[in-house]
Design a protein around this ligand. Structure first.
Ligand code: DQA
Length: 146
């Protein structure tokens, strides 16, 4: 089964972000981890990242049309993009919202997710393991609708 891991703004530069929050990892580490974990779970994982809301919405539309399950870290868009929320609401396969950090233990503006209410579930606070848990959830939910 094909699964997409979509990542929002600034995650492509993880190695330059606050290591005390995101860990000592690069985006390549994240990509390799997801592909390897997917392989163990029998999933064909493709990892994408964009800083552009438009690009992310286009990927979400394509995933909806192709019924592709998604692990999705919307990054800062999580907290305010109604356009991304609306695109997530149209998905036809499971979508797990993923965060490396635990947004609820951080600044107040991160306590709101406009995406959670239309996601199948949310996993945050476990670093790379958040992605591993999301992929495991998707493997378990395989073939089910959102
Ligand atoms: C993040 C949390 C967001 O609040 C933040 O804007 C990010 C990354 C995470 O993975 O912990 O860019 O989604």
């Amino acid at each position: 089964m094909k699964v997409w891991v979509l990542n929002g703004p600034n995650l492509g530069r993880l190695d330059l972000r606050d290591h005390s929050i995101y860990g000592d990892i690069s985006f390549k580490d994240l990509t390799d981890f997801c592909i390897n974990t997917g392989r163990e779970l029998g999933l064909e994982v493709e990892v994408y990242q964009s800083d552009s809301e438009t690009q992310i919405i286009h990927w979400l539309h394509e995933a909806s049309d192709k019924k592709i399950p998604i692990a999705f870290n919307p990054a800062a868009f999580t907290h305010y993009s109604y356009a991304i929320r609306d695109a997530v609401a149209m998905l036809q396969a499971p979508v797990i919202e993923v965060h490396l950090s635990n947004p609820l233990s951080r600044e107040e503006f991160r306590h709101t997710s406009v995406v959670s209410g239309v996601a199948t579930g949310t996993i945050g606070g476990f670093g790379l393991m958040s992605y591993g848990l999301a992929l495991r959830a998707l493997a378990t939910l395989a073939g089910k609708g959102k």
